[in-house]
Design a protein around this ligand. Sequence first.
Ligand SMILES: [Mg+2]
Length: 174
Amino acid sequence: MLTLSVDMDEVITDTAKKLRDWYTNQFGIVFSNEDLHGKDLKHAVKQEHFSKFHEYLNAPGFFGDLEIMANAREVLEELNNKYDLYIVSAALEFPNSLKDKYDWIAQHLPFITWRQICLCGNKSIVQTDIMIDDRTRNFSHFQGRKILYTQHHNIFEENYERVSNWQEIEEKLL
Ligand SMILES: [Mg+2]
């Protein structure tokens, strides 16, 4: 079986949606999709809101109730039968996310065992045959097949094999 690592935030979970909704509720600011092209959310929020934004991300529970991307569960379940599958998340940036992420996976992806979960500080030591991620920095040491999951912040990155949704992952890998 080929080994496959799949990122969590903004690939399996819609982290940006929760943050954008919160930002609108807190500060009355709505980002259009165009506002966020090529930009990280943390660089799009106003400077005076940044500490609240960071605090919210690190609050216990933030990562516990994220929405799952459409079709992700079904496709991951099939991928799990065909590949040696790992969920890999650089979660230590937000230490309070660790238990949330473990619980989220147990709830939404019950076919993933704890042996398939890798919560780490960075992904430079990860070498699987295939990696799906929305951050090109996670590909910098990676030797395998890189699949970039299109998100607002990576829209201008060139020369990557891309997918925009889980149906496209299904078409490529199943
Ligand atoms: Mg991500």
